[in-house]
Design a protein around this ligand. Structure first.
Ligand SMILES: [Zn+2]
Ligand SMILES: [Zn+2]
Length: 239
């Protein structure tokens, strides 16, 4: 990091001290990982064998989780934390209260706890799951894009915004897997005028639930670029 950037960042942290990502308590401005002493991230890491497609915890090594078995998900990837307890509350707070700064902490934790994964990817670029322009106006930002930019900066990899939202989809929360898939089937499109970087495309979002979003994003990309390798990386995964 450049010296001027370090000074600006330190000042910002003194004026706006970081808060614990999980419980919201105030932290010392020198804290590197934005978590308090009571909130240990290890508690929210998936334990034991994981689904060979989506990384959800499963009974035996090499198994697919019921979601991936039933819906034939084919896009592999990784959710860093289990979407539960404080992680769940934190993700909702970011979505609903616009706590944009949390993305920095998410990125920090993803890079740290999934180091083995992103090191294995070789050359890759990040693709934030786009939100509809109307929702972008309401919220002021796309949390997946903010997260992707933070990850991109830390890992020095490009963020590609060529994947865009085609039409407003109904709020997905509360819908069953089947109707989520139907709602999302034609939700994304590729803007061919945005230059596509080389390497694997890694779809980034704050949460992976049924996998329908990731599958539709991948389909939209591969409809235009059939040879493009696609995987995903999310801050959390619903078990
Ligand atoms: Zn805490
Ligand atoms: Zn799975």
């Amino acid at each position: 990091m450049k010296t001027s950037k370090i000074i600006t960042e330190t000042l910002r942290r003194v004026i706006y001290p970081p808060r614990c990502l999980f419980c919201g308590s105030l932290l010392d401005y020198r804290t590197e990982i934005p978590l308090c002493e009571n909130c240990r991230p290890e508690r929210y890491l998936p334990q034991g064998p994981r689904c060979s497609i989506c990384s959800r915890p499963v009974g035996h090594a090499g198994d697919r989780c019921p979601g991936c078995r039933n819906h034939q998900s084919r896009i592999r990837g990784r959710g860093t934390f289990v979407y539960d307890g404080a992680v769940l509350e934190s993700v909702h707070a970011v979505k609903d209260n616009g706590m944009k700064d949390y993305a920095k902490g998410y990125a920090e934790l993803m890079v740290r706890y999934d180091e083995r994964i992103w090191c294995e990817w070789g050359q890759f670029f990040l693709v934030p799951v786009p939100v509809h322009p109307r929702r972008l106006l309401e919220r002021g930002y796309n949390q997946a894009e903010v997260l992707a930019r933070e990850l991109g900066e830390r890992l020095d990899v490009p963020v590609w915004t060529g994947l865009q939202r085609e039409e407003a989809t109904r709020a997905l929360r509360g819908q069953g897997a089947k109707s989520r898939r139907e709602s999302l089937a034609r939700a994304f499109r590729v803007d061919g005028s945005v230059p596509r970087p080389a390497g694997k495309a890694v779809i980034v979002d704050d949460i992976y639930t049924s996998g329908a979003t990731v599958e539709s994003c991948a389909k939209a990309i591969q409809d235009v670029y059939p040879e493009q390798e696609v995987c995903f990386w999310t801050f959390s995964i619903r078990t």
